[in-house]
Design a binder for this molecule. Structure first.
Ligand SMILES: [Zn+2]
Length: 257
């Protein structure tokens, strides 16, 4: 009876219910587009759209503007926003933020850290120093920096710190860790800087603690800049030599440089 695509929304809904229960969904739970469903089920897009609205109102799927439709419960706004922040942030932005937050947190920690917290910091400095692989180092280093943030005794500040730290945990950071590894991490300098920060906190010297943290992060930032530009130079060199051989072939008068 239907001449065009089947425009029965109930049919589309039944098909979609089956689809979202199937075990072979995309890993992130993302659903195909309306158009793809319309083609697969041979129904109109309007029927698919209505069926999706029903599933959304039942809380079985959720949508994010510009990203698509996903199976499951909608994550709360905060984690959705953090996810978006993670996707749009690069390492230099993160270092800029860390450089402006963490010295202040170290100052506050120097005023407020309890003796037991200082002991924990010392243990974490040791753990970081003893770690032999980059992954473990990163893990213990993150833990030390978080202990300092926590000892600052300001929940709002700690939340801001956690957002930045959350970004550090993202998969995208694997490549950055790899970069840092290639740039040759200076374990000894890092260890001594961590000691200096914790000593200043133990001595209840906010100015010194803040400055020690600033120096530590500056070294980190500089190393990352160097690593990034080294990566750049390698690529650039490869491009240049490719371009040069073309130039030379095209123009025998190109001076050798
Ligand atoms: Zn550190």
């Amino acid at each position: 009876m239907a001449t065009g695509p089947n425009d029965n929304s109930n049919y589309a809904l039944a098909k979609l219910r089956e689809y979202i229960q199937a075990p072979n969904l995309a890993k992130d739970g993302r659903l195909p587009t309306e158009r793809a469903f319309a083609e697969t089920f041979d129904v109109g897009r309007r029927a698919v759209r209505r069926a999706l609205e029903v599933l959304e109102s039942e809380g079985l799927i959720w949508r994010r503007q510009g990203a698509g439709t996903f199976v499951g419960e909608k994550p709360d706004d905060w984690s959705a926003q953090v996810t978006e922040l993670v996707a749009g942030t690069d390492i230099m932005e993160i270092m800029e933020v860390r450089l402006r937050i963490e010295p202040q947190l170290a100052q506050l920690a120097a005023m407020r850290a309890k003796p037991a917290e200082v002991e924990r910091m010392r243990a974490l400095v040791q753990k970081t120093g003893e770690s032999t692989d980059a992954d473990a180092k990163e893990l213990w280093d993150g833990s030390l920096h978080r202990q300092i943030a926590q000892s600052a005794g300001n929940k709002l500040f700690l939340s801001i710190f956690d957002v930045v730290n959350r970004i550090r945990q993202d998969d995208a950071w694997q490549s950055i860790r790899e970069l840092a590894r290639r740039s040759g991490t200076n374990g000894r300098a890092s260890f001594e800087q961590h000691m200096a920060i914790v000593d200043a906190i133990a001595d209840r010297d906010p100015a010194r603690a803040g400055e020690a943290m600033r120096q530590h992060l500056l070294m980190h930032q500089e190393r990352l800049i160097r690593a990034t530009s080294l990566g750049f130079q390698e690529e650039k060199a490869a491009e240049d030599s490719a371009a040069k051989s073309v130039d030379e072939a095209d123009n025998p008068l190109t001076p050798a440089s």
